[in-house]
Design a protein around this ligand. Sequence first.
Ligand SMILES: [Zn+2]
Ligand SMILES: [Zn+2]
Length: 310
Amino acid sequence: MSDRTSSSANNGNRFRLKFWGVRGSYPTVDPATLEVGGNTSCVEVEVDGRRLIFDAGTGIIGLGKEFCEGANPPAAYVFLSHTHIDHVMGLCFFEPLLTPKARSYILGPGSSRGALTRSLRHLTDSHLFPVSLDELKGKKEIFSLAGGEVIRFGAPGRRPKIESPRATNGSLANELIITTCKSSAHPVNGVMLYRVHYQNKSFVYATDIEQQEGGYPEIIEFSRGADLLIHDAQYLHGEYVSRLKPRKGWGHSTVDSAADVAQKAGVKRLALFHHEPTHDDRMMKKIGNHAKRLFRSSVVAREGMQIDLL
Ligand SMILES: [Zn+2]
Ligand SMILES: [Zn+2]
């Protein structure tokens, strides 16, 4: 797979992903890892004239600077998988949150109204950061999701509309919608999976998932037939079952289980994501080859990589 699998004629009709951070757990600056990239989770999606962002790991810092290059920054729609530190550590340095003219909508898992705001306030506790979340100058609205909601969008820049859980045959959606699925397959509070649909194309963002043997049926179903599945693939099978340091229960999948789920869900492509920080570029190359043997249309996500879905 090349970095750019097709080109689209104009921005309005674009459905393009760009990886800004692909590393799991913590960022790395080891030169031996920089071909794949050292920033933690952040994926940007340009679609239907909007810019959506999945997770606010350190990868979001560079993206935020790009957002604020012009005089009128576009609205940022940020979808958090969960609030573990590697997925939110870039948030306090995300330029739109520091820029009075900018507007951000932040959505993520929260069991009740205001729950996500309360979780994120921990980030700016005065012992950890000098300015509180509420004092950051950018305009922001934070929405807690329980899972199962359908998210729709009005005109670009407007507040997203969050509809209550109900069955949606999203795989056939022509308009831009996001469906959500809350999974308990990540300690301790679970994780949100997102599926973005537009013009009958879709991709699934499924990071920080520890698949059970054979895959979780609800995750396979949620990913059914997607054009792209971005899936946690932090460990090699040998690491997962290692006798000295077994990773079972740590909340992440093996490359083998990600490929197995991709196969069972009948997705068109698989992007391995949330890479183990101790895996250097040489190891990642081996992992990429191994994954291709298990699921032919798979690729190791790396920083800067773009994938066009339209
Ligand atoms: Zn993580
Ligand atoms: Zn996590």
